[in-house]
Each structure stands twice: as C-alpha cells, then as structure tokens.
Design a protein around this ligand. Structure first.
Ligand code: 13P
Length: 250
C-alpha cells in the first residue's frame, strides 16, 4: 500500500509571529510516529524559520514555486539550489493560482518539474480543470494535456518518486470540494495514464486538493487512488491540519 502524504500549502499567509505559533502547535500535536508524510509549503521568506522549527521533527517543508533557471540575472526569482540550502524537500509546481495570474505555460511548468527532480527535491505537480471544462465534460482531456507536456519533453519516467496533486480549479478556495467519487475517477485516470512505467506506478503519489477540511478528508482519503491531500486554508489552523492528517492514517 502507498504511504499517504498530506501537504499544507500556506499560500501567501503568515508572519514571523503567527508562524511561530502554528509551527509550535504542529510540533505539539503531530506525533513523531504518525504513519504518513506531512509537509508544509511556506512562503520563501519563512523557509529559514520553518527549517529551524521543524528540523528535528517528522514534518518536512518546502516551497510553493521555483525558478526554471539555475542562477543568473532573473530578478525576483528563487533557484532550486537556494531552496536546498534551507532544507526544502518539496516544491509545488504549476499551482493554478500561479499559472492563471502569471500566465505560466505548460512548457515552463515542465522545465521547473525537471529542474526540481534533478536537484533531488520532490516536485508536487498541480493539475486540474476549470468549471467550464468540467461542465463541458473535457476534464480528462485537460489534465491529460497538462501531463503530456512533461511526458513529451522528458518521458513518463520523470514521474517516478513525484507527487501529482489533482486540484480542480473550481474546488479551490470555494468550500465545494470534489466528491470522493469525482476525485477517484480523476485519480484513477491519471494513474492509468502513467501506468505503463512500472516504477512510476509504484512510486507516484496522487493527492487531492481543493477545499479539503476535517469533515471531508476521511472520505476523500478512503478512495483507493487518493494518496492524501494538498490543503490550503485548513493548513493554517493546527487543529484542522492535525485532524486532516489523522484522516490519512488509514
Ligand atoms: P483550499 O484548501 O483553501 O481550497 O486550497 C487548496 C489549494 O489550492 C491547495 O494548493
């Protein structure tokens, strides 16, 4: 059975003071022996603070984006080697809030995915459809295309030991999570699409994101192809996040 993983995406939230409280509460509440991977992806300026608090715990940390270049004249960007210096072991790539706001192309996302993987950090690739695309019944086609760019540029084996987050855009920040059945259909589709590669089949995790909360987490995580969650708002509350993590202990 695949070990589950729950990732908190803090987005652009927090302050030194509020992070201190949240991180300390997580350390207190989340048991060292919990049988799953737990990660928080924090804003860049708080990586050092997060590393300082979590370095002796079972909770790992990461970033929410990365540059597609290694170094150089790219004002405002942060490279993968910089993330490594702060102990980041995960990076969210291609979150819809970024691809929409900054018009990030699938090619850009694919390049970042490869850079992160090459550096030994685990990429968390976000895929998902808009409401219009779902209503038109083309969600599988949309998600397929998002994956195809990486497959065409680098091969399906690139997905070995990575995480794909299925995040339907209509479910993000909306209080309307996908139903467990809707999530299962999409997760199964993604897994089958990548299943020709045996290693990928074994080591790829597919997690669900979009309005995950303590009330719906257990049902979502009980689906056979849902390997955990990517959690936005509820990851900012230590009790909610703890409760979601407990739901993944199945
Ligand atoms: P919410 O959990 O706040 O809907 O956010 C989901 C998300 O975008 C996680 O990356």
């Amino acid at each position: 059975m695949r070990r589950k993983i729950v990732v908190g995406n803090w987005k652009m939230n927090g302050s030194l003071a509020s992070n201190e409280l949240l991180l300390e509460a997580l350390l207190e509440k989340i048991s060292q022996t919990i049988p799953l991977d737990i990660v928080v992806c924090v804003p860049y300026p708080y990586l050092f603070q997060t590393q300082s608090h979590l370095k002796h715990s079972c909770i790992r940390w990461g970033a929410q984006n990365v540059a597609k270049f290694e170094s150089g004249a790219f004002t405002g960007e942060v490279s993968v080697s910089m993330l490594k210096e702060f102990g980041a072991s995960f990076v969210i790539i291609g979150h819809s809030e970024r691809s929409t706001a900054y018009c990030e192309s699938d090619e850009n996302i694919a390049t970042k995915f490869m850079m992160v993987k090459k550096a030994g950090i685990t990429p968390i690739l976000c895929v998902g459809e808009t409401l219009i695309e779902r209503e038109a019944g083309i969600m599988e086609k949309v998600v397929s295309k998002q994956l195809d760019t990486i497959i065409e540029m680098y091969g399906a084996e690139m997905f070995d030991e990575t995480v794909i987050a299925y995040e339907p855009i209509w479910a993000i920040g909306s209080d309307l999570a996908a139903s467990p059945e809707q999530a299962q259909v999409m997760h199964q589709f993604i897994r089958e699409k990548l299943s020709s590669n045996i290693k990928v089949l074994k080591n790829l995790k597919i997690i669900y994101g979009g309005s995950v909360n303590p009330q719906n987490a257990l049902q979502l995580f009980s689906m056979p192809d849902v390997d955990g969650g990517l959690v936005g708002r509820a990851s900012l509350n230590s009790s909610d996040f703890q409760s979601i993590c407990r739901s993944a202990e199945i």
